[in-house]
Write a protein that binds this ligand. Sequence first.
Ligand SMILES: [Fe+2]
Length: 745
Amino acid sequence: MLPLVAYTDKLSVAPGEALSVMVSSFGARQYRADLRRIIQGDTNPQGPGYKDQPVALDLGGSRAAVAKGFYPGSCVIIPGQGMLGDLRAFTLALAMRPSLIDGRESSLIALPGFARIGIDAAGCVFAEAFGTRLVISAAVALETWHIVSFSASAEGGLTLAVTCERDAASADIAPSLATATVQPSPCRADEVLIAATRGGDGRPAGFFDGKIDRPALFATDLSHEAVRRLLADFERLSRQRSLRAAWDFSQRMTTQVICDISPFHLDGRIHNAPARAMTGWQWKGQELDWKKRPDLYSAIHFHSTDVYDTGWEVDFTLTLPEDLPSGVYALRLVPDGVEEDAYYCVFALRPPRDRVTGNTVAFLFPTCSYLAYANHRLGMDVPGTEIGMGRVVEMDRHHMFLQTHPGIGLSVYEVHDDGSGVFHSSRLRPILDLQPKVKSFLGGFGSNIWQFNADTHVLGWLDAIGQGYDVITDEDLHAEGLRLLSRYNVVITGTHPEYHTRPMIEALQGFTDRGGRLMYLGGNGFYWVVSFNEDMPGIMECRRSEAGIRPWEPGHGQFHHAFTGEYGGLWRRNGRPPNHLCGVGMTSQGFDISEPYMLTPDAAEPRAAFIFEGLDCGAKIGDFGLAGGGAAGLEVDRADPAQGTPAHALVLASSVRHTDIYLMTPEDLLDPTPEWSGTQAEIIRADLTFFETEGGGAVFSTGSIAWAGSMAWNGYQNEIAAITTNVLRRFDDPRRFEMPRDRQS
Ligand SMILES: [Fe+2]
């Protein structure tokens, strides 16, 4: 296994700035750290060879490796502020919709030391106060709203009541009841936890999986019927004189703040980023956009598997030297002197914020896509995965670590334990697959690398041709937009830049519109909408609405992001189709064998002459490579004027026949037919595409994740690398590109 894992507080840092490192031992006794520039991370013996460069920087000697832990699970924490004591009589109430009963006891609402409502291991609602526990004998129904109330009278009468709201049409649903009489004694609580309680170690524990809506606390005992009527009307609820607190989750949904609508304003905060802007008890399909009826989106969906900030104590902080060139770097942490066990904390050293470096080429380090895939586990249904891939998949020790430590947090390719989609991924935790040398169960047959390591084939190529470059990240682009890009002649993408925020897409479009040159060296790029949260740095949201190849859907009525209110899903459905930006857009994926491209008549166009200059290639290019054995593969994009490909774009080459592991994307599969697979469907292909922009810029797109794996073939000595170098040399030349007169769009 892995003796230690770690993360840094940022993925992008500028020279002169500080970077903190958080390390936990999983068996290591000590470690020492050094800094290395990452050049090429693929260890395939058929490839150009692993390459990094040590940076002479004293990071101190050996450090003790301290075991820390993972603490997943989301909840709400409300400080009591002195308002939770001496409640001689009280009622606790809420609406809840459980999504997982798995033999654990979970807490719906807890005032530790005072009272609690929860669901026991058998799936029955219980309540506790004054040392007495009441249990409803019937188990709750999954994915069904229930109203729960727990009241204590001044005389010591306890009543726990639950109505199952499955039949919303019936006005009077008889509650299930449990009652007891106790000797009341003075109690006080210092806080309220919703969807959890305090564990023995003082941390939140007993996490609930499911939705909770409008929890409330009254300073009197109310009947269940009265509670149910009050909960149905926030306005009446807020004016109820006995109300001590009631939390309306539909307020300030884009933040971490939880608002109390009582005059006491016992506000709190969410912990570990549960899903907000979720349909509540009163939602019946009246509105599909929470921004128009936020009151219908008053639920939070909590998961025992949610993670935001792993929160480890800082092991050490370093300051990046002012004269260190921009690049991809890693803090290498070597445990107990065993280099093979080293953990790499990868980050981008971006160019200085206040001055240009002189580099005219930028590599856009796709941190949003790294976050989306972060810690992607192989599905436990391995045979199904292998059928989908058309090959045997290998697990290495980082996969084993992910399987055995799910508390590290999930990727947005996974579902929570209750089967609901993972909307969030955070960088404030170790990301095991963002390391050199790590293999993936995706990736291309051959190197089996994906995302970061596949992108180092591009870094290795830049190194091999002696090209200076800056590294900028998605987060930098999101924050600084075109101001950041306007320093450069050329922006080069990674192999799979799939996830983008609107400011990122708009900056890239603005760049090419104004004369910038974009080299999209990947596939399935610019596909999904993601967003960041101004109140929660480092976490990203993705809601996979309506279409796209996707592992889950966000649930009815929940297609709009909580972080920004944006409609989630494909950029193609949001007015920014990838074809418009880069000429091609996602058409198919498969993870077995990659194919060559066949040149088309467009390759002979004088406009494209610079691309093939000095090359003596035949009609077929890229019939080799480290990612599936060809340059076109894994995920492939096609040119399509109907999706926004400019009319004057040249399709220089196309792959012609993929395996039947390659299937159509659902967004194109409007009326499914049996013929739409790789060997039969003509539109399953990668299109090598070039076009000029009116502003004098240009775009070159490979439409294939496997392209860079072919660039790296034979030590970067091959026609795929040479084509890419030709494009880069011309793109870096500030001479304008002219639009063709005869083929203007
Ligand atoms: Fe992807």
